[in-house]
Ligand binder design. Structure first.
Ligand code: SAM
Length: 282
């Protein structure tokens, strides 16, 4: 597929504000599809099909592809150029406003789907959060993101962030390929990476109240330069001395900083907060 020719033919200027950097490198497209390990039994949700380069490859491997595109101009192109693919459905809309189960027309929670996308970078974290907190989470996500974001998502204790904890809470992320800026048209300012996240049915750590767990984690990262004792005290409106006791009981030194904690340690801190009977003062 010739992206530049299609853009000319349909008189379309890529919109930077919508993260429109189209993949023009065939090998990069193939690597994304390979990482998703698709078969005829697979139902794929593609976010931002753009001009359909990835969509076409996905349709060749998967049973059904539902692709959500925000830009009406591109929806028009896709509807004209993908007519030969009966297993592809194009939906005009904003992925952040849509529930995957509705999009895929599935009911109940015993269906499986994979998300494959070359994401619009201006809303990468919001899309990931949206999918991870969806009523039915995908079983696999393969996405092109900025290299720096891919590194943040796959970080280890010492370099953790709220994004890393959020993703690693639900699944196992890894970088499967690096993609040079020149593989896109127009080229973004930065290099990219393909990230694969295998999602489990249950969170990686034992936590039965996800909202209150993330209240604690968010409080820790809200003031990441502070020692955990002070960050949690400020974020949860608790006396620092009490937070220090909680941390000690969880075997976490109160002077450590949020980015050094592993998932298991966050879970222990949360559990000790729970046994304190309230996790924050309202
Ligand atoms: N998949 C194409 C490719 O690989 O060449 C295009 C990828 S481009 C990086 C991102 C696409 O996401 C664009 O087509 C853009 O219009 C679309 N997009 C941006 N924001 C969106 C949103 N909120 N919901 C759905 N699609 C969106």
């Amino acid at each position: 597929m010739n992206v530049r020719r299609l853009l000319r033919e349909f008189d379309i200027q890529p919109k930077k504000s919508l993260g429109q950097n189209f993949l023009v490198d065939q090998r990069a497209l193939e690597r994304i599809v390979e990482a998703a390990e698709l078969g005829p039994e697979d139902l794929v949700l593609e976010i931002g099909p753009g001009l359909g380069a990835l969509t076409r490859l996905l349709a060749a491997e998967a049973g059904r592809v539902v692709a959500v595109e925000l830009d009406q101009r591109l929806v028009e192109v896709l509807k004209q150029t993908l007519t030969d693919l009966p297993n592809v459905e194009i939906i005009h809309g904003d992925i952040l406003e849509l529930n995957p189960a509705d999009l895929l027309e599935q009911q109940g929670d015993n269906f499986q789907y994979k998300v494959v996308a070359n994401l619009p970078y201006y809303i990468t974290s919001a899309i990931i959060r949206h999918l991870l907190t969806a009523e039915v989470r995908p079983k696999l996500m393969v996405m092109t993101v900025q290299l720096e974001v891919a590194r943040r998502i796959t970080a280890e204790p010492g370099e953790m962030s709220l994004l890393a904890v959020s993703v690693q809470f639900y699944g196992r992320p890894r970088i499967v390929a690096r993609i040079k800026a020149g593989a896109f048209y127009p080229s973004p300012q930065v290099d990219s990476a393909v990230i694969r996240i295998d999602l489990d049915d249950y969170p990686v750590v034992e936590v039965d109240d996800v909202d209150s767990f993330f209240e604690v984690v968010r409080a820790g990262f809200a003031q990441r330069r502070k020692q955990l004792r002070n960050a949690l005290a400020a974020g949860l409106a608790l006396p620092a001395s009490e937070v220090a006791q909680v941390l000690n009981r969880a075997s976490v030194n109160p002077r450590r900083r949020a980015q050094t904690l592993s998932l298991e340690e966050w879970a222990k801190v949360w559990r000790e907060m729970q046994t304190r009977s309230i996790s924050r003062k309202d």
